[in-house]
Design a protein around this ligand. Structure first.
Ligand code: NAD
Ligand code: WQD
Length: 339
């Protein structure tokens, strides 16, 4: 019995592999290393003292994926593999639809053909779109996404719901992540974006380490307490723990489609994060206020109560710990896994 982790070498995947192994699960990892390094998986072995199989394969390669299912007894899939850069998705929508949606459909076909019908999917708070007011609840109407990346997540949710409707043997848990930051306490694995980071925390840590000169704060005229955007930042290890709880829940019985927010329920502004980072690390962040970034909303935070009630999961780590751990990873690995 094993859990197949697609995209397991990536940021959230590698942290989830650690928590799954620590919880006693056997895992098999598949990744094409498009946005990651196989070295992250060596570090997962180092951190856990446990071994596992890893395959270099694209999830759209049905033959390669079928071989993985034939060589292993896979009970459930945690599906992280996909492209995730919002701006890039506006420039290359076809690549995003092909990789994220095409990849997921092909993965599900191979799963079905091999009798594995349990999937935990990496969805996103982005599926709540522009029209819902925080705190965001799973019962709110999803859709109204603002970019092709977000639309792929929304469409994949619908596809998985339709698959579960058509065949009641299928179980799909859709996890809507808020803003994952932080890193494993050891500083051995963490987020390693290619090129200039899009997201706030990796941008801050790269300014702190001197790789980038100055953080641009995208707007201070939002209707928020200090005018800057408010988000629900969640420690990646808490998020990883949410996957362990979700996969346990799915393996314990038939559940059909289940949707959970994984967030802390608390909102922090961009300036809160800058101040929190400076306080936690003692490093000053050079920043300037610039225009709003197109497509951004003022405020986005979760109501995480359903995950607590049903999965017994809640986020435990606070902003200070998130900042400290992000910084430990960045300062010990200034060039990511290349160091
Ligand atoms: P990541 O890029 O670090 O990890 C994704 C992994 O998938 C990478 O290792 C990449 O090489 C691999 N991959 C991509 N396409 C593949 C393919 N066709 N076949 C095999 N492997 C492939 O990203 P992450 O931050 O760890 O995100 C993991 C998942 O969570 C993604 O689906 C992402 O959309 C989703 N998500 C991320 C965030 C976030 O802010 N990081 C928020 C919400 C949802
Ligand atoms: C956070 C806040 C920015 C960078 C994105 C995706 C979402 C999900 C998580 C995958 C906002 C501000 C940022 C910078 C800034 N990903 N900011 N300067 O936009 O909430 O969510 O990542 O599913 O789908 O949309 O995250 O980290 O980019 O921004 O001022 O250089 O920081 O305006 O208020 P976002 P983020």
């Amino acid at each position: 019995m094993a859990i197949l982790v697609t995209g397991g070498a990536g940021f959230i995947g590698s942290h989830t592999c650690v928590e799954l192994l620590n919880a006693g699960y056997d895992i098999v990892v598949v990744d094409n290393y498009y946005n990651s390094s196989p070295k992250s998986l060596d570090r997962v072995r180092e951190l856990t003292g446990k071994d596992f199989k890893q395959y270099e394969c694209d999830i759209r390669d049905s033959e390669g994926m079928d071989k993985i299912f034939k060589e292993n007894k896979i009970d459930a899939v945690i599906h992280f593999a996909g492209l995730k850069a919002v701006g890039e998705s506006c420039r290359k929508p076809m690549e995003y639809y092909d990789n994220n949606i095409g990849g997921t459909v092909k993965l599900c076909q191979v799963m079905r053909d091999n009798g594995c019908k349990n999937i935990v999917f990496s969805s996103s708070a982005t599926v709540y779109g522009m029209n819902n007011v925080s705190p965001l609840k799973e019962t709110m109407k999803a859709g109204g996404t603002t970019n092709p990346y977000g639309t792929t997540k929304y469409m994949i949710e619908i596809i998985l719901e339709d698959i579960c409707k058509a065949d009641e043997e299928w179980n799909a848990t859709l996890l809507r992540y808020f803003n994952p930051i932080g890193a494993h306490k050891s500083g051995r694995i963490g987020e390693n974006p290619n090129g200039i980071p899009n997201n706030l925390m990796p941008y801050i840590t790269q300014v702190a380490i001197g790789r980038l000169p100055c953080l641009s704060v995208f707007g201070n005229d939002y209707d928020t307490p200090d005018g800057t955007g408010v988000r629900d930042y969640i420690h990646v290890v808490d998020l990883a723990d949410g996957h362990v709880k979700a996969v346990k829940n799915i393996l314990e019985g038939k559940k059909g489609v289940q949707i959970f927010n994984l967030g802390t329920g608390k909102g922090y502004s961009v300036l809160d994060i800058i101040n929190g980072f400076e306080k936690a690390t003692g490093v000053k962040i050079n920043y300037k206020i610039v225009d709003r970034r197109p497509g951004d909303i003022a405020t986005c935070y979760s109501d995480p109560s359903k995950a607590k009630e049903v999965l017994g999961w809640e986020a435990k780590r606070d902003i200070e710990e998130m900042c400290e751990d992000s910084w430990r990873w960045q300062s010990q690995n200034p060039n990511g896994f290349e160091d």
